[in-house]
Design a protein around this ligand. Structure first.
Ligand code: MG
Ligand code: MG
Length: 263
């Protein structure tokens, strides 16, 4: 069953989403060679608690951390560890928060130091595919229209679109109906209606679309061990149109300052 949200509930969800956005903005200032995922995780937990919220992932299905940090060939659900990040890595940071009974859940893939042009292009196209999917979240369209837009753009660039993991409805539960595949046929799936809130989250691989789970029971990696990118936003249908509740603004501000310091 799909739980549609009224305008008060959407405002509460915006608050939860923005707590994640600000947390990711803080994390963005810290990402450089030598820092460890575990250090990022500790800071993220404090950021979320300082906002009067609870980390959304910690303890959810027994996940042991605040952030999912997935490095290079890791697609999603990586557990933060003590291995320092290296120049040329990419890391996907996925973060959840819970406040006023509603979840926020969004993600961004960062470059560590200087990355290759090939991987820069993967990040660019993956982020573009997220926004193309969001454009389709219009009342009267169907869930398959979102996936079709994401898949078409990613496959145009010969990337692999992960099939085994999908986006989802979001609300009082982290994962609500409907599932939101990053692939699909136009005009298929549930109809999009006013008050629908989704987490749209393309997972796009440089190589094969196939993934496997590591023996830690969490980490998903690409089958060919080539890098993977993950971008996620929370979006509500308001007045028939997609309204993005989360924002990459804090991340982009942080990254522009880091970049400026090198000039
Ligand atoms: Mg997420
Ligand atoms: Mg999600």
């Amino acid at each position: 069953m799909i739980h549609y949200k009224n305008s008060e509930e959407i405002e509460l969800m915006r608050e939860s989403a923005l707590i994640v956005s600000r947390t990711l903005g803080t994390i963005a200032t810290m990402i450089k060679p030598g820092v460890t995922p575990l250090e990022l995780d500790k800071v993220a937990e404090q950021c979320i608690r300082d906002e009067g919220a609870i980390p959304g992932f910690l303890g959810l299905y027994d996940f042991p951390a605040t952030l999912c940090i997935s490095v290079n060939e890791q697609v999603v659900h990586g557990i933060p560890d003590k291995r320092p990040l290296q120049n040329g890595d990419i890391i996907s940071v996925d973060c959840g928060s819970l406040k006023n009974g509603f979840y926020g859940d969004h993600a961004f893939t960062f470059a560590v130091g200087e990355i290759s042009d090939e991987i820069k292009q993967l990040l660019k196209v993956s982020k573009e595919s997220l926004y193309l999917g969001i454009e389709q979240m219009v009342a009267g369209n169907r869930i398959g229209d979102i996936g079709h837009a994401i898949q078409s753009h990613a496959e145009l660039h010969k990337y692999g679109v992960v099939r085994k993991l999908v986006g989802h409805g979001l609300g009082k539960k982290m994962h609500e109906s409907p599932e939101v595949p990053n692939f699909g046929r136009r005009g298929s799936g549930p109809k999009i209606k006013e008050g629908l809130v989704l987490a749209i989250e393309p997972m796009i691989n440089l190589g094969t679309k196939n993934v496997i789970q590591l023996s830690d029971g969490w980490t998903i990696v690409t089958a060919d061990r080539k890098p993977s990118a993950h971008f996620e936003h929370n979006i509500a249908v308001v007045n028939g149109q997609p309204e993005i509740l989360s924002t990459f603004q804090y991340i982009e501000e942080a990254l522009s300052k880091v970049h400026a310091s090198f000039i």
